[in-house]
Design a protein around this ligand. Structure first.
Ligand SMILES: Nc1nc2c(c(=O)[nH]1)N[C@H]1C(S)=C(S)[C@@H](COP(=O)(O)O)O[C@H]1N2
Ligand SMILES: [Mo]
Length: 197
């Protein structure tokens, strides 16, 4: 995203313009996990997209790589007020994974190893907005950051980016996932400060 700052006088720098309201920059990368870090090896990891007919679309690790990875430079924003700019990620765009998926449902429940869930509208996962990420900062994702693979939906608060993701299940209506049941916003747009509901 290009940011043009030359017309501004005051104290806001270019990076401030990329910070959603109420956010603070960090240089490190905090780990935020509700519960234990599951031990999931790449050789045993699979992703399943499940639709209303019960049809399952499955990828194991090698099949995921064959779909084709891309490099992504993006900012991430955690609801606990930290943001990190220009992170380098590598992952497979969800557009590719949904290519052969036939569904009339508009919502997705992301389900992870360890039991974490989070709900996302399907339209927030398509059009180049979301990936199954396998690398960050040039390294394979570490277990604490969701390795071997996590959802990456950087335009929403980072709780939507489910670590150790294993299933994307289509839903007819928007149902709350783990944090959403505990008061977090159903959608979570950081630019609208959709933190809680
Ligand atoms: N499976 C799972 N995914 C998760 C979480 C979690 O507890 N379990 N925490 C979420 C929250 S609240 C945030 S801010 C980010 C943190 O990711 P990080 O630990 O890589 O910074 O992961 C999200 N995805
Ligand atoms: Mo978070």
């Amino acid at each position: 995203m290009a940011v043009i700052n030359s017309g501004f006088g005051g104290r806001r720098g270019a990076s401030d313009l990329r910070l959603p309201p109420g956010q603070t920059l960090v240089d490190d990368w905090p780990v935020l996990t509700a519960g234990l870090t599951p031990d999931v090896g790449a050789h045993e990891w699979t992703l399943t997209i499940t639709t209303e007919t019960g049809a399952e679309h499955n990828w194991d690790w090698n099949a995921l790589q064959d779909v084709g990875v891309e490099d992504i430079i993006t900012d991430i924003h955690c609801v606990t007020h930290w943001s990190k700019l220009d992170m380098a990620w590598r992952g497979v765009p969800l557009d590719r994974l949904f290519e052969d998926v036939e569904t009339s449902y508009d919502y997705v429940m992301a389900r992870s190893h360890g039991g974490y869930t989070t709900n996302v509208p399907l339209e927030d996962l398509l059009d180049g907005q979301a990936w199954i990420a396998t690398e960050a900062d040039g390294e394979p994702l570490t277990p604490e950051h969701g390795g071997p693979a996590r959802l990456l939906v950087p335009h929403l608060y980072f709780w939507k980016s489910a670590k150790w993701v294993r299933e994307l299940r289509m839903m007819p209506t928007d149902e709350p996932g783990f944090w959403e049941q505990n008061g977090y916003h159903l959608r979570g747009d950081p630019w609208r400060e959709e933190r809680y509901w």
